[in-house]
Every structure is written in structure tokens, then in C-alpha cells.
Design a protein around this ligand. Structure first.
Ligand code: HEM
Length: 537
């Protein structure tokens, strides 16, 4: 059923119920209170056709939304009584009238949904309603595999803000099809290929030097290092240089990324209900203004590069896009969309991951010391860590894996998937149009999968080599299947190299209590920015 129809029937039934509840409450409030009169009143109620009608309608209406999974699943349950083949049992919270389970989708949604799935014995698959939108959530590696690898969940539901910010024309939200495949192929070849990642090694080293200098400068000037700012600046500079070959518009684009991030992370009623004509928080207006700025700023860079024709033989992503053979070349607006997406995705993910890593380093001095010893043994007195050194730093890699397990930047795999047709997950029929999410945070904290899941123990990955690239669904922080993160190898190469450099140059100590509280916005960040003290080595 279309969202609009579902919404209006939902609204009608909810309003009817609400009116009935109010009416009943009013009648009862006005009712006499002495025992005898109360008895007489109840007699009247039971003999009154109006009261009977109230109660009956109320019960029907409750029956309409009080189904496992909530209102959005009512037809699903009604189908059990039709002639159609009955579906396997679906479990899930009924949620609130109208809102369904939306009130849980705040900054700790991953943890609340994990607890709910465990309490309802619905880790394999839990159904819920986000407003009138039917949703299934997997908190189990087997059903996660079925969702992420199956071709049935190859699209993503798109938020209005993401659409307004042009992400529908970029890889992340483009519907799976010829255009999306074309974009992925171009990006795989010209942005994320092993040869290209290797070619960007000196850039990563240069940015690491800048970050080390900034950290030391902050330490000298303020006596404390606000590491979030240092990492964000480094990440932005790194991605801008690899995408455009220069960092000229760093400040301007950095501000745009920040604002875009804030807008996409905002909760919007319009994304769940057909209220597109409304703009409660001015998000739509701000998105359109921002999109115009992005088109102008990025468009100008593209135009300038085209005008001076200086792109032949260059290694940055824009230059390679402009050098593509005519039949493969993207239109100007599509080029702006994909360049903007790379800058947008490439800036926050690595910085957020590294802030979590540094928090753990500050908290677990023994782990930090062991990692530094490994690095010193491997690198010696060389001026820089190289990408090729990382293979010889298994403990450093284990630290990053353990942080990705405990604090995955995309705990619900950031962007959900959408069922493009009816499909069975675990013998449960999931209807077309259902949003599917994988709660990777729940899986990576599940004591039946991970021994002592709340303890920070990088050593676990020395004992068992678990791939984090999407083949082992016990730990897939970059997602899996056809829409797996295409930037994972680049993200990891960057995180490993920078971590090694940061640990090599300084001993990192806490400047204050390290608060590990999480805040899920677009990615899962540290709620309180990390502040450290550094001691030079
Ligand atoms: C620590 C680093 C990163 C993490 C944890 C991460 C995580 C993710 C996750 C969980 C997804 C969804 C996958 C799925 O649905 O199965 C994703 C998708 C994506 N990521 Fe990343 N990512 C990281 C770095 C990057 C970087 C550096 C870039 C680009 C510069 C990037 C670009 C993308 C794009 C374009 C998609 C959408 C893919 C599609 O829909 O086809 N990511 N990422």
C-alpha cells in the first residue's frame, strides 16, 4: 500500500480511537462516585447502545494498530486470515499510536533497538513501524547476510534532506540500476583502486605531519589537545586533495560539509509522513540553500579545471572524471553530485573512527604502549610510516578492528536498505517497500557471538583473524554485499597510517574524564569531544 494511503487510514483510525478514548474519559469523569450510583451508572452504560458502540469501535480500532510490529504491519497480519499462504510469525513492538517506534530512534537508537530485539526474542528479525513505514531489523549475522547480500534489498530509502542535497544522483542513494553501477565502476577504478590508494600515500603522510604539528601547537598554546578538530581538519584536507588535487576551498567546503551533516542528521517528520508541503524546522529551505552553494562552489572548480585543460595525466578524482572517454563521461550536475559525495563521506567517517581509537588509547595505556613498541620495532628511525608497514603491524590493525567492533561509526550501517520486491528473510515474508536495517552494533556486542563483548581486547583479533571487509557478518562495519562501502580500503589505509604516526610522536594521556557516551547522528560520534594531553617522544 502506498505511504499516503497507509498514512491516511492510519490517521483516521488513530483519530477515531483518540476521540473515543476522550469521550469515554469524559463520560467516566462526569459519572457519579458513590457505590450505588456508580452501579446504576455502569448499568446505564452497559444498556446504552451509544456506550456499546463506543467500546466496540474502540476495540476494533485498537485491534487495527495493536499488532506485532505495529500499525504499518496490519495488512500483513490480516493476510494470515486470507486465502493466501500464511506467513511465518513476525515479532516486534506494537509501538505508539501514529508514531510507532519512532520515539526510540534518537541518539541511542542502536542500543535501544538491540535491547528490544533481545527482550522480544527477535534478534533474527524484528518488525516495527516508523510512522506508517514498515521496517525490519536484523541483529543476527545470518539474517544480516540474507539482507545485505540479496538483490532484493538493493535500493535505499532516501530522506528528503539527502534528496535535496543531491545524494540521489550520487552512489549512496542512487537506485540500483545502470546509473548507479556506472558510478560505482568509475569510483572503484579512479577513486578507490589499490593503485590509486597507493598513489595517495605521500598525501596521507603529509597530512599526518600537519596533524602532529597542530596537536603539538595546541598543547603548547592551550595545554590541551582538542583532537576532534585536528582530525576533522586533517580528514578534510586529505579528501579535498585527493578529490580536487588542491585544498584551496578548504574552509568553504568544510563549512558546507558541516552544515550538510547537521541537516541530514536532523530528525524530520516529513521523512515518515506525507507532509512534504511542511518544513517544520526549516530543514528543506536550508538544504536547498546549501545545495545551491555546493553547486556553485564545486561547479566553479569543475569549470576552472575544464577551462585551463590541466587535467590530463593528473591523479586527482576530478581530473580522472574529466579525462574519461566521451561515452563514459558524466554530465556536469552528476559530476558535482559525486564529487560532493566523496568530500562529504570521506571527511567525517575517518575522523570519527580515529577519535574513538584515540579515546581507547588514552584509556588503555597498556594497549597504547604495546602498539608503540610494535611501531618502533617496525619503523625504527625512518621519517615516515609507509602503507607497506601496516601488514607488519598486526597489533595496530587489531586495535582498529576492536574499535570498529565496539564503536562502529555506522552502527545501523548508516544507510538503510529498501526491499524492491516481496522477499523472504528467514521464511518471513518481507513485503516490497519495507525498509531493512542491520544493527551491526547489536551483533558486535552480542555475548553469544563475542566473548566478553564489553571489554576492550584487541588481542582477540590476534587469536582469530576476522575479516572486516564484508565477508564475515559477525563484524561488518563497512556493510556487505553489492552496496558495501566502496571507500573501506581507503578509509582503513588512512586510519592505520595516521594512528601509527600519532602514536609514534606522542604519548597520549587524558586531559579530563574520558566519556565514552555515544551519540548517533549520521554516524555514531563520541557525545563529549575527546580532550587529551600529549607528551613528545
Ligand atoms: C571508517 C571509515 C568508513 C566507514 C566505517 C564507512 C561505513 C559505511 C557503511 C556502513 C556503508 C553502508 C554499507 C551498506 O549498506 O552495506 C557505507 C557506504 C558508503 N560509503 Fe563508507 N565508510 C567509511 C569510509 C568511506 C569513505 C572514506 C568514503 C569515500 C570517500 C565512503 C563512501 C561511501 C559510499 C559512496 C557509500 C555508499 C555505497 C552504495 O550505496 O553503493 N566511505 N560506508
Amino acid at each position: 500500500m502506498k505511504t499516503t494511503t497507509a498514512f491516511f487510514s492510519f490517521l483516521t483510525s488513530s483519530l477515531v480511537s483518540l476521540a473515543l478514548v476522550l469521550a469515554l474519559a469524559l463520560v467516566l469523569a462526569l459519572a457519579p462516585t458513590t457505590a450505588t450510583t456508580k452501579f446504576q451508572f455502569q448499568n446505564t452504560l452497559s444498556s446504552s447502545p451509544l456506550a456499546t458502540l463506543f467500546v466496540t469501535l474502540f476495540a476494533i480500532s485498537l485491534n487495527y494498530w495493536l499488532v506485532p510490529g505495529g500499525f504499518a504491519w496490519r495488512n500483513y497480519h490480516h493476510r494470515q486470515h486470507d486465502n493466501e499462504k500464511p506467513n511465518a510469525k513476525l515479532t516486534g513492538p506494537m509501538g505508539w499510536p501514529i508514531l510507532g517506534t519512532l520515539p526510540l530512534m534518537g541518539s541511542l537508537a542502536h542500543a535501544k533497538l538491540a535491547a528490544l530485539a533481545a527482550s522480544l526474542n527477535a534478534k533474527r528479525l524484528m518488525a516495527l513501524s516508523l510512522g506508517p513505514t514498515p521496517v525490519v531489523i536484523s541483529s543476527h549475522p545470518e539474517t544480516a547476510r540474507q539482507i545485505l547480500f540479496g538483490s532484493s534489498f538493493s535500493d535505499r530509502p532516501i530522506k528528503e534532506s539527502a534528496r535535496a542535497l543531491m545524494f540521489e544522483r550520487a552512489i549512496g542513494f542512487a537506485p540500483s540500476g545502470t546509473y548507479w553501477r556506472h558510478l560505482r565502476r568509475i569510483a572503484a577504478f579512479h577513486m578507490f583502486s589499490p593503485r590509486r590508494i597507493q598513489g595517495l600515500e605521500s598525501l596521507r603522510q603529509r597530512v599526518a605531519d600537519v596533524m602532529v604539528k597542530s596537536a603539538w601547537k595546541e598543547m603548547e598554546e592551550k595545554g590541551v589537545v582538542d583532537i576532534r578538530g585536528v582530525l576533522q581538519e586533517g580528514s578534510l584536507c586529505n579528501i579535498l586533495e585527493s578529490v580536487f588535487g588542491s585544498n584551496d576551498k578548504g574552509q568553504e567546503l568544510g563549512d558546507m560539509v558541516k552544515e550538510g551533516y547537521e541537516l541530514i542528521a536532523k530528525f524530520n517528520l516529513e521523512d515518515y509522513f506525507p507532509l512534504k508541503f511542511l518544513d517544520f524546522h526549516g530543514v528543506k529551505r536550508r538544504c536547498h540553500t546549501l545545495a545551491a552553494k555546493v553547486v556553485s562552489a564545486v561547479g566553479q572548480i569543475v569549470e576552472e579545471r575544464k577551462r585551463d585543460g590541466s587535467f590530463v595525466g593528473k591523479n586527482d578524482f576530478l581530473s580522472t572524471l574529466l579525462s574519461l572517454p566521451k561515452e563514459e563521461r558524466l554530465g556536469d550536475s552528476d559530476m558535482v553530485a559525486i564529487l560532493w559525495e566523496m568530500v562529504f563521506r570521506g571527511t567525517d567517517t575517518v575522523a570519527i573512527l580515529l577519535e574513538w581509537v584515540m579515546a581507547r588509547m588514552v584509556l588503555h595505556q597498556d594497549v597504547q604502549k604495546k602498539a608503540r613498541e610494535e611501531i618502533n620495532t617496525c619503523i625504527g628511525r625512518r621519517s615516515h610510516v609507509r602503507d607497506s608497514d601496516i601488514a607488519n603491524l598486526p597489533y595496530l590493525q587489531a586495535i582498529v578492528k576492536e574499535v570498529l567492533r565496539m564503536h562502529p561509526p555506522g552502527p545501523l550501517l548508516s544507510w538503510a536498505r529498501l526491499a524492491v520486491h516481496d522477499v523472504h528473510v528467514d521464511k518471513v515474508l518481507v513485503p516490497v517497500g519495507t525498509t531493512a536495517m542491520v544493527n551491526m552494533w547489536a551483533i558486535s556486542h552480542d555475548p553469544s557471538i563475542w566473548e566478553d563483548p564489553w571489554a576492550f581486547k584487541p588481542e582477540r583479533f590476534l587469536k582469530e583473524d576476522v575479516s572486516i571487509m564484508g565477508s564475515d557478518l559477525r563484524l561488518a562495519p563497512f556493510g556487505a554485499g553489492r552496496r558495501v562501502c566502496p571507500g573501506r580500503a581507503l578509509g582503513l589505509a588512512t586510519a592505520h597510517l595516521w594512528l601509527a604516526e600519532l602514536l609514534r610522536h606522542f604519548t597520549w594521556l587524558p586531559a579530563q574524564h574520558v566519556d565514552l557516551s555515544e551519540s548517533l547522528r549520521l554516524s555514531m560520534e563520541m557525545k563529549t569531544p575527546l580532550r587529551c594531553v600529549v607528551v613528545r617522544r
